[in-house]
Design a protein around this ligand. Structure first.
Ligand code: NAP
Length: 286
């Protein structure tokens, strides 16, 4: 298939590489063109403007936030009026997804993903997709090339964004809970690894506890697989959706504040699991 791929950050570069590997004809664009070098060596073509990457069958975007997606769609050389079906993988707000769906000349599918860069490299992402069934059919082989499973959740694209935001809130809440439990155990003289082994070996044998439990036990907060400012962006998008739908989410306020604290004290480059550092500091052991 003739594919455009826009946004070659930690996630996008790995996803685009897997699409090239799967034999697709891939044209890439990134704000900082140097990040395209490895992909061009692997067989991709580098476009001068976003719109030049959106002349084929589909154009996939994987960008930092709402502002980045708006720039690439509505800005100079943007893809809004391009013929390609726009598949949006970025974690963006519900309102922007609705606007993109209304405006896209070539059709629009929302397909945010679960999984960190390591999962993206291994083509093991989980894709949550929503859009017109015929458009989702077109996407199927592409999602198979980047992920291990696709969930089709309906015809309204922004529903996929609400699912993704709900999931990210639960990840952050799980990390917060683990960080508090580990801090409690550690201050009481119990080894963090031992606590994690007991928990994941009994009632908490889920990928989220394994992945983030290891990060917390091993203090792997840099380099960030998912940078804390992006996590803060997501929790802010959750808050916007919760305000719109009139849903009180008291836990959200706690994890968002710990993210702010982690960024303020650790810097912009810390992983979002760095909330554990805020939890430890509050207990006097950080
Ligand atoms: P990243 O490494 O920071 O990459 C961000 C990308 O957005 C880069 O290509 C960057 O271009 C581009 N960008 C930022 N601002 C821009 C602007 N104003 N105009 C044009 N391009 C702009 O982020 P990532 O970790 O790949 O995450 C990408 C998206 O996936 C985010 O929405 C994130 O929430 C979501 N996500 C991330 C993970 C994860 O674990 N990392 C997992 C699931 C979903 P430059 O290269 O020029 O800076």
């Amino acid at each position: 298939m003739k594919i455009g791929f826009i946004g070659l950050g930690q996630m996008g570069s790995a996803m685009a590489a897997n699409l090239v590997k799967a034999g697709h004809d891939v044209t890439v664009w990134n704000r900082s063109p140097d990040k395209a070098e490895a992909l061009v060596e692997a067989g991709a073509t580098l476009a001068d403007r976003p719109v030049d990457a959106a002349q084929g069958d589909v154009v996939m975007t994987m960008l930092a936030d709402d502002r980045a997606v708006e720039a690439v769609v509505y800005g100079e050389g943007g893809i809004r009026a391009a013929p390609a079906l726009h598949i949006s993988h970025s974690t963006i707000g519900v309102a922007l997804a609705d606007r993109l769906a209304a405006d896209a000349a070539g059709g629009f599918v929302s397909a945010p993903v679960f999984g960190r860069p390591v999962a993206a490299q291994a083509a093991k992402l989980f894709v949550v997709a929503a859009g017109a069934p015929a458009d989702l059919d077109i996407c199927e082989p592409l999602f198979a090339a980047i992920g291990q499973r696709t969930f089709r959740i309906g015809e309204t694209p922004s529903a996929a964004n609400l699912v993704k935001l709900s999931g990210n809130f639960m990840i952050m809440a799980a990390v917060e809970a683990m960080a508090e439990a580990m801090t409690l155990a550690e201050k009481g003289g119990i080894d963090r690894r031992m606590l994690l082994d007991v928990l994941t070996g009994t009632l908490f044998d889920a990928p989220i506890y394994h992945t983030y439990g290891d990060i917390l036990v091993e203090d792997r907060f840099r380099p960030a697989g998912f940078a804390a400012p992006l996590g803060l962006k997501d929790m802010t998008l959750v808050d916007t959706a919760a305000t719109h739908l009139r849903v009180p989410m008291p836990l959200l306020g706690i994890v968002r504040d710990h993210l702010k604290s982690a960024i303020a004290t650790e810097g912009e480059d810390v992983d979002w699991a760095g909330v554990a550092l805020a939890v430890r500091r509050n207990a006097g052991i950080g």
